[in-house]
Design a protein around this ligand. Structure first.
Ligand code: DAH
Length: 360
């Protein structure tokens, strides 16, 4: 077979090779140790110098040409093999992923955030105090007389006396109300003052749909030189209207008694009650939502504020009760169950922080 015939044959074989294995066989048959081109090259030695020169040059061109064709074909086959592999290994990323569980804001946290937004707009900032209190902050400073039945109004959890203290400071309790923080705020900051406090309170009560031995309260107070009951009523009305999203919500004060306020009142809002629903706003019925009053002069004296110069008001509400009324939750115990289905149903979108611009 001469060089031209061999070239034609090898070219055909290269084109016919359908995979890398076949192509390699062609390469070995042409350029391997015993390959056809190698054999032709070996024949050059027996030629005359002139023939060797012309034949040698022609053979080299042919060899290079075949080598180039082999390389081209190899590239094509490699790409085809890769395409095939990719096709068989594709991952369909359009498949629905497992639905991610979205966290929600607990209704109580939502209520707190809403209250912060509303009261901050009226100039109130936040104060805080401990859950474990002493008798002084929980009762004495708030004008509960010693051994007076008023102390029994709240089913107190008493704790063992604190070591190294005497008197009221030694007697420890789980705070029965956030009014303790009136005392703390006034003693720490003096007057004038505009504060809210939110937190846990504890009472030795049997649990049922509306009672829990631990629940949450908000306490508010404002002390200044010219504060009066009219301001208190305006603040309570504005708060309730914004919180419940009802314009012109009827709010009434009903005379009441608390040792730490004089006069004292219970706050009611207008509503209409049907057999299985309560609609807030309008109607002929009333719903109690909290207590309030003008801070008793004795309380001001107890914290070192001159009652001749300063007066103020205070108010307190239960956060669970407010949340239940606003969102139609019927069992207070469900707040603490940690049932994720309940949280998903009653919880709030974490992205939408309560604000007054869009309404809370
Ligand atoms: N501390 C009261 C309670 O737990 C609520 C309360 C009533 C708070 C009147 C006040 C107030 O600040 O003025 O029942």
């Amino acid at each position: 077979m001469n060089a031209a015939e061999l070239k034609a044959e090898l070219t055909k074989k290269i084109e016919a090779a359908n995979d890398l294995g076949q192509l390699d066989e062609v390469r070995v048959s042409a350029l391997g140790k015993k390959g056809a081109i190698t054999e032709l090259m070996k024949g050059l030695g027996k030629m005359s110098p002139e023939d060797r020169k012309t034949e040698g040059a022609a053979l080299n061109v042919m060899k290079d040409d075949i080598a180039a064709k082999l390389e081209d074909r190899q590239k094509t086959l490699k790409k085809a093999a890769m395409d095939e592999k990719l096709k068989s290994e594709t991952l369909d990323i359009t498949l629905e992923p497992r639905p991610a569980r979205k966290g929600t804001i607990h209704p109580l946290t939502q209520t707190m955030d809403e209250m912060i937004a509303i009261f901050a707009d009226m100039g109130f900032s936040i104060h805080d105090g401990p859950d474990i209190e002493d008798d002084f902050h929980n009762f004495t400073a708030l004008n509960f007389p010693p051994k007076h039945p008023a102390r029994e109004m709240q089913d107190t959890f008493f704790l063992p006396d604190a070591e190294g203290q005497d008197g009221d400071a030694a007697k420890r309790v789980l705070r029965t109300h956030t009014s303790t923080c009136q005392i703390r705020a006034m003693m720490e900051l003096g007057a004038p003052l505009r504060k809210i406090v939110m937190g846990r309170v504890y009472r030795a009560e049997a649990m049922d749909t509306t009672h829990s031995a631990m629940f949450h309260q908000i306490e508010g107070m404002m002390i200044d030189t010219n504060t009066n009951m009219g301001h208190l009523k305006g603040i309570m009305k504005t708060f309730c209207e914004k919180f419940f999203g009802v314009e012109d919500l009827p709010v009434r004060f009903r005379p009441s008694f608390f040792p730490f306020t004089e006069p004292s009142a219970e706050v009611d809002i207008g509503c209409s009650k049907t057999r299985d629903a309560i609609k807030i706003g309008g109607g002929n019925d009333w719903l109690e939502i909290g207590g309030c009053g003008m801070v008793h002069p004795n309380v001001l004296k107890n914290v070192g504020i001159d009652p001749e110069k300063y007066q103020g008001f205070a108010f307190g509400m239960g956060l669970e009760r407010m949340t239940m009324l606003k969102y139609g939750i019927t069992d207070v115990r469900s707040f603490y169950d940690g049932d994720t289905r309940w949280n998903e149903y009653y919880g709030h979108d974490p992205i939408n922080k309560p604000n007054l611009a869009t309404g809370v």
